[in-house]
Design a protein around this ligand. Structure first.
Ligand code: BJ8
Length: 424
């Protein structure tokens, strides 16, 4: 990686702490990703992106700012990237996936808060995430209670705008969300000085939809037996989607898909055809949270899908055809976003249907339900997911964990026992 120290200093990072964070990543990444067998060549780009995780992309953001553009940080897929792009700003998913930043957060937040919330907050208070530092403001959302209350505190450290997300999928909820999108549009226009016209929005939506379509193509390639890409690599691609340049990312994923489809045609895979096929369902996994996939795939399984916001919930909903007016486009974006079947909704039966569809369509031998400790929404929904799968004869393993390595051994043992049971 080139020398970015002056850029990091300019961003106000705690350089000493940041060195420790970045120093740990290459060894960890090599041990988890580069040791996998028969990786697709197209993964080289994503290896490069991770190698430059706090470097080149941050530099691109800084260059964008230097030419008058804005950068907007996000934590949730409910915030529509296309609206931000239409304002000439760049949306970036913020760092939220490591234990490293948790102790900084615990000086302020209660310890019994989910790791994702603590990690993201800790990155800001510890000044170790260049993305949040580079962002002109952050858009939070009223999804789960933990996040909602964290944003109030985050606002004391960084400009934070919170949009309301309804809790029920009713016509009234849709109206509320649409009104929130109008409010967000006005906020973006005020911050950037750019008017979001119908043309600008259509252009931005086309970019975002192309990215989602490329991710769906990758997801579909994973139906094959043997599967042409590991779960670890597929997860990594979705994680990178949250902060890479949208056009470049789409091109790289499309090239990867060409390669994967060639593999499928030739019957080539990364794991034996008989390897247990696992669907992971539940809380999202932000970079560098690779813990569960690593354990599963080290134990001989292959992860063929993620029903999560770093998986199908991110890229499955699509904008429907609309009349092309600003109002029509906003309504279509609202409908797309509300197709995100997050456990923060009540009821949320569509998520159960999604899990069943994936279990069948991706020829899954078992489902691992993943929830972060203290995430009450996903932990509660696990009960319904398990029941619905049991009727179809699909076994489920519930894993509740955090970002630390302390329970790795225990999870490994439970995973081994589960795989023994599901092996055909
Ligand atoms: S749309 S899943 S990205 S809210 S794991 S912070 S729910 S306590 S992340 Fe999420 Fe948006 Fe929903 Fe997706 Fe709270 Fe649970 Fe933590 Fe969570």
């Amino acid at each position: 990686m080139a020398d970015y120290r002056s850029m990091w200093a300019e961003l106000g990072l705690d350089l000493e702490k940041h060195d420790i964070l970045l120093g740990a990543l290459p060894g960890m990444y090599e041990g988890i990703f580069l040791t996998q067998d028969n990786r697709p060549e197209g993964m080289a780009y994503f290896d490069f992106v991770i190698g430059e995780i706090h470097g080149l992309r941050v530099k691109e953001l800084m260059d964008h700012k230097a030419s008058g553009g804005k950068v907007v940080g996000l934590f949730c897929v409910f915030v529509p990237e296309d609206l931000i792009l239409a304002a000439g700003a760049i949306p970036v998913g913020l760092c939220a996936g490591t234990q490293f930043s948790v102790p900084d957060a615990e000086e302020v937040l209660p310890r019994n808060t989910c790791a994702l919330i603590k990690s993201s907050f800790g990155f800001k208070v510890g000044r170790t995430c260049p993305y949040v530092q580079a962002s002109d403001f952050v858009i939070g959302e009223t999804t789960c209670d933990g996040k909602k209350k964290m944003y109030e505190l985050l606002g004391q450290y960084h400009p934070t705008y919170v949009m309301e997300v309804p809790q029920k999928k009713t016509p009234l909820g849709r109206e509320l969300f649409l009104e929130e999108l109008r409010g967000l549009k006005a906020k973006l226009e005020e911050e950037t000085g750019v008017t979001i016209t119908a043309e600008r929005l259509a252009e931005a939506t086309a970019l975002v939809e192309a990215k989602r379509a490329a991710l769906r193509r990758l997801h579909n390639a994973r139906r094959a037996r043997p599967v042409p890409i590991s779960g670890l690599d597929a997860l990594l691609v979705t994680q990178v989607a949250f902060y890479d340049d949208v056009v470049r990312f789409t091109e790289k994923v499309s090239a990867l898909c060409d390669e994967l489809e060639g593999r499928v045609a030739r019957g080539e895979g990364v794991a034996p055809a008989a390897a247990p096929r696992i669907l992971v369902s539940g809380s999202p996994m932000a970079v560098p949270n690779w813990k569960l996939h690593r354990i599963l795939e080290d134990s001989g399984a292959v992860v063929v899908g993620e029903e999560s916001c770093t998986g199908t919930r991110y890229f499955t909903p699509a904008v429907a055809k609309n009349d092309g007016t600003l109002a029509g486009q906003l309504a279509a974006i609202a409908d797309r976003q509300l197709e995100t079947h997050c456990a923060c909704f009540t009821p949320n039966d569509e998520r159960i249907d999604d899990v069943l569809t994936l279990a069948e369509g991706w020829d899954v031998d078992g489902v691992v339900h993943y929830s972060l400790q203290f995430c009450h929404t996903f932990a509660n929904e696990a009960v319904k997911v398990e029941k619905a799968l049991a009727i179809r004869g699909v076994p489920l393993l519930r894993i509740e964990t955090d970002y630390s390595d302390e329970d790795m051994g225990q999870i490994r043992n439970r995973v081994d026992a589960f795989l023994e049971m599901v092996r055909r």
